[in-house]
Design a protein around this ligand. Sequence first.
Ligand code: ZN
Ligand code: ZN
Length: 424
Amino acid sequence: MLKEIVSKLKAGSSNLDIRDLQIDFAKMHPEQILKLTISVLDEAPLCRAFELSILGLMPISDWDLLAAYAIKKFQVSEVAQEIVSFAALQKPDSLHPYLETFILTGNEAWTIPTLAWRGSGSLDKDRLLRLMEPGDGTTFLDRAFAFGLLLETRDQQVILDAIAKAAAVELFAEQGTAPLQLHLNGVGLEFADGSFRKLHSDEVLHIAFPEDYFPEEESAFGTRDKTYQPTWQLQDRSLIRADAIIGGLVEERCKICSNQLHRLLEFTDRAVLPEFYRDCPSTFVTCLTCQGKTGIWEFFFAHSQTGAIEHMYEGEPIVPELLESAFVPSEVQLVDTGPRWAIQDHSLSNSWENLHRVGGSPSWVQDCEYLKCPRCLQTMKFAAQIDSGLPMEDGSEWMWGDSGACYLFFCGDCSVTGVTYQCY
Ligand SMILES: [Zn+2]
Ligand SMILES: [Zn+2]
């Protein structure tokens, strides 16, 4: 089967059968995914139909060998570039020995898997600090890119060095501190009064739905069983960390349309969640009828001690053209899928992976965008994200705009939650 797949890819096959064949092979022989992928890199480095998602099933320890192999072909093969990008998401340290081989200036910088620097500490620090200096042929973008990579390490001392360097070489002299904060937000941090604040928890908990929650997909072009993905395979009971409720309506009403608000996610026992959520309100709501469609994208809600929710909207009421149904209500489980899935890229995940998650780094569809608390004006903390594709009570399927995702935030100091969404 392995030989058959490689020869079909080599011959340029790109129909759905060849993708299914790769998925079947990966499901049956996860221990041979490494061998298959290396054969593809050797014999069909220019093929267009390698099914990248199968690498999510590969034993995590195989990434070191595969990354070493893909790095060698990085300049000549798009498949190799995709594999390296996936390695940067799944096991960044598999790329740490090769950080210095990446060319960081000019057009080539566009192909760089920036997440590969995550957790690399000061391994590549000296080179990057040097690149931040003004020099012949070095553009502002090159210098800012090097700064961004130092931040990607998420190492607080390295980041402090980068900030000090940026000040010394006046990197952002013309733009003020805004680009610096934006870069920092991109790695889930904020820097104020000499110390760092984390904007998201490190651990990711995937939302596990009951088996029959999603209606069976019709087998049309492009829709196939995606449940082989590890982020959907969440039956291991020892990994369940908490229970939650998704969907349905809550008692409180939207101040724009006066209809009952929609429940996005409710933590049934917040005490069992990581410390990060200590002062997080239990319930996240929005109005699916009004959010976005009224031209207001960011909704905020104040939560009282007793759990009552108040929509923080002070404008005039609006009569909606179309009343939206609610997500099918259900109990769900929050499952610890481990550091391998701490960061998922919304577009790379290619609708295969489960992007309904609590914590970890947000999978932004567009640029990083943490909401500001309307009461204290602090940057809010990220709590969870709800992807498109949830079933509605009226039988339809929910889309955040065009296949987007919704992001839930909280300010613990003010007991305020915020909701926004991004789409393609
Ligand atoms: Zn409304
Ligand atoms: Zn606040």
